[in-house]
Design a protein around this ligand. Structure first.
Ligand code: BGC
Length: 724
């Protein structure tokens, strides 16, 4: 391959080389003359946002058969959680804790997208989502670097397969390199200030996992990272990505991120911006044209050298070769299968079902007892909106096959049970209360009320951030009004983020967190409500009590003054004038309990699980050797169910302060009622390693603690010592 690329490079003119660096927008379902000319001249390396198969075929034909060197085009599109068939948002996919599900969702999306000629997606997003205000948490895999890495690697495998030359393989793009999730105040595009060790220990690991999985491309972040925007940040793009991770594929800027270097105030104009991005290691420019306009002069003046350009082109050509684009059959517009294949819809339903997190189930209200139920009240605009349940980033998503909760419930309940539906509000953000009375009346007359509430799609995704992540509109009042009827209440939450729900769920018997579940979301939710499946999703993010707690994540540092249950004081308990020191000196807020409302990793099922006999194979671990951790898992309930067994580690004394615990392994285990299974995990030195003060990944000798259980508060504990 390298010889092929070198040969091609040796035959390219400077203009053709610069052409490879440019990604341009498609012209919407036809090939505009200027675009055809540019492709023919070799002035375009990639097209973004063209989805019409006949147009893609024509463009690819011109590139391959009418340009001098016949270099194929990368055809890019944001295929984020499905193409035509929309799967749960990535945050929901993370809640499955099931990498196979994520891989399958990506595979099916790739099949649909490549069928129209797309060969490059801008996913997975691997940014660490610890601030629920940030709208893009919907597009990522939650708060934990390890979980994100596992899910991200699965998505890469699904998109690309282990043979990316296959005509149905889609190049993945790990984005956004790096630190975008730390946007201050959870406001999109805002500055990020990330200590260098945190950059490497928190934000980098998901990218390492994606590179190890063979991701073909990487996208820069829009953000200013400690004063140097990522798109001009050679430390990120050269030292870390190329040298430390060994990535040799293509780095693309984010949309217009190169000229935005000037908006950031790093460069004076487009010319300087092009120079800064090229020097930092951005190979291809998305959308804007500063490279095309300024690199010729910068080369002529000697400010950029040919070797730099050659390296950029080499990265791009490598990806085209790895994707087999020089030989890939051109797409046949007549052969594009209709969307909505039953197997794809069935997979979307399975993934959605696995993504549902049962947070509360008082008196075992769920699953609904269909033998005794006579009437159900269903409330909420989201219960019957085929579009909103798809969530953010659905450029090509279709609602034709969407199944809403209302439709699925009506079908499942049949004629024997009366189903009365009331919207309750015009949309979840509405502050109209006109619909409350009818919803209350419906609930009062029913055996059970199911409220489908939360956020509509517009409230999450890129540039869709919220300063207050509680339930929008008047939904809290709607819940209270319905609860007041005395009818048992189930709340299903659809949302693109972790909502702050303290107080909102008072009196609610059962709560099911459904994220934006995609096209088959309604069917999946009804599967769980009616007991056709036991819920098995687990939270990929801590759910805050109130917005003021965010960023909130379980893997925080210990601090010098950690709060304990004994040191916490609530302001409501403080009487009159009390001395300053009477509330103690530990790390907590006076107006909210310091824990999340529901912890990371949490989720119930319709059965119960017990953990017994945690054991480690050795009490000392030598470098280069491995250690086995085993635990017995028991299904102590009377239904089959799936538990997500989680292993957390802590390095209590280290040369850099370390998180109180960090997820290091997990496994989904399905157990029949009464069954017992031993679950084992193997740990090695590299699982104990972190990037130290000198930015070297190393495991430091000493004691390590580990916990195994069903969420981040797991109490079953063991320890061992790493010895030199
Ligand atoms: C987003 C990227 C996306 C690109 C192309 C940008 O605004 O940040 O994640 O891939 O647009 O649509």
């Amino acid at each position: 391959m390298e010889a092929f690329v070198a040969d091609l490079l040796s035959r390219m003119t400077r203009e053709e080389k610069l052409g490879q660096l440019q990604q341009v927008q498609g012209t919407n379902g036809h090939v505009a003359d200027h675009l055809a000319d540019a492709v023919r001249r070799g002035a375009v390396g990639s097209i973004i946002n063209e989805v019409d198969p006949a147009t893609i075929r024509s463009l690819q034909w011109i590139a391959r058969h009418e340009s001098r060197l016949g270099i194929p085009l990368l055809i890019g599109r944001d295929v984020i959680h499905g193409f035509h068939t929309v799967f749960p948002i990535p945050l929901g996919q993370a809640a499955t804790w099931n990498p196979q599900a994520v891989e399958q969702a990506a595979r099916l999306a790739a099949e649909e997208a490549t069928a129209v000629g797309i060969n490059w997606t801008f996913a997975p997003m691997l940014d660490v989502g610890r601030d629920a205000r940030w709208g893009r948490v919907a597009e990522g895999y939650g708060e934990d670097p390890y979980l994100i890495g596992e899910m991200g690697a699965a998505a890469v495998r699904g998109f690309q397969t282990d043979d990316p030359t296959r005509p149905d393989a889609l190049a993945a793009c790990a984005k956004h390199f790096m630190g975008y999730g730390a946007s201050e105040a959870g406001k999109d595009y805002n500055s990020t200030n990330i200590p260098p060790h945190e950059l490497r220990n928190v934000h980098l690991p998901p990218f390492r996992a994606a590179v190890d999985a063979g991701v073909l491309t990487v996208m820069t972040s829009f953000s200013d990272v400690d004063g140097i925007p990522a798109t001009a940040n050679a430390t990120l793009l050269r030292d870390i990505l190329r040298d430390d991770l060994g990535f040799d594929g293509l780095v693309v800027s984010d949309w217009d991120a190169v000229p935005q270097l000037t908006t950031h105030g790093l460069t004076a104009d487009d010319r300087e911006a092009a120079l800064a991005a090229a020097q930092a290691g951005v190979d291809m420019e998305m959308a804007s044209r500063t490279y095309a306009h300024h690199l010729p002069a910068l080369l002529a003046e000697g400010l950029v050298d040919d070797a730099t350009i050659d390296a950029m082109v080499r990265h791009i050509l490598r990806v085209k070769v790895r994707l087999g684009l020089f030989d890939r059959p051109l797409v046949d517009p007549a052969a594009v299968p209709p969307s909505g294949a039953p197997a794809t819809l069935a997979a979307a339903r399975d993934v959605a079902r696995d993504s549902l997190v049962l947070l509360r189930n008082a008196h075992a209200l769920l699953p609904l007892d269909l033998t005794s139920l006579r009437s159900v009240a269903l409330v909420g605009a989201l219960a019957d909106d085929p579009w909103e349940q798809l969530g953010t980033w659905i450029f090509d998503g279709r609602t034709d096959h969407a199944v809403t909760v209302r439709e699925a419930l009506a079908a499942r309940l049949g004629d024997a049970v009366t189903l009365r539906y009331e919207r309750g509000h015009t949309h979840p953000r509405a502050r109209d209360r006109e619909g409350h009375a009818a919803a209350v009346a419906a609930a009062a007359a029913a055996d059970v009320a199911v409220l489908v509430l939360g956020e509509d799609a517009i409230l999450s995704g890129e540039a869709h951030c919220r300063a207050d992540v509680s339930l929008p509109g008047d939904q809290r009042a709607l819940i209270a009004d319905v609860v007041a009827t005395g009818t048992p209440v189930v709340v299903v939450i659809m949302a693109g983020r972790a909502l702050a729900l303290e107080g909102a769920l008072d009196g609610v018997a059962a709560v099911l967190y459904a994220w934006h579940p995609g096209v088959m979301g309604g069917a999946a939710i009804v599967d769980v409500l009616c007991g056709d499946a036991s819920p098995s999703g687990r939270l990929p993010v801590s759910l805050p009590r109130v917005t003021g707690q965010v960023p909130l994540y379980y893997a925080h540092k210990r601090t010098g003054k950690p709060a304990t249950p004994e040191t916490i004081v609530h302001e409501s308990t403080i009487t009159g004038r009390v001395p300053q020191l009477s509330v103690g000196n530990t790390s907590f807020h006076l107006d909210v309990h310091p824990t999340p409302l529901f912890p990371f990793g949490y989720g119930l099922s319709y059965t119960r699980f017990a953990y017994e006999q945690l054991r480690v194979s050795h009490h000392t671990l030598r470098r280069g050797e491995s250690l086995t951790v085993a635990v017995d898992l028991l299904n102590t309930g009377d239904r089959a169910g799936t538990e997500v067994v989680q292993l957390y580690l802590n390095d209590p004394v280290a040369s850099l302060t370390r998180p109180v615990r960090e997820l290091r392994r997990f496994a989904r285990v399905a157990l029949a009622p009464g069954a017992r299974q031993t679950v084992t995990f193997t740990l090695t030195e590299s699982d104990l390693a972190f990037s130290n003060r000198h930015h070297r990944r190393t495991a430091e000798a000493g004691v390590f603690h580990l916990w195994v259980g069903g969420d981040a508060t797991a109490e079953l504990h063991a320890s061992f010592t790493l010895v030199d």
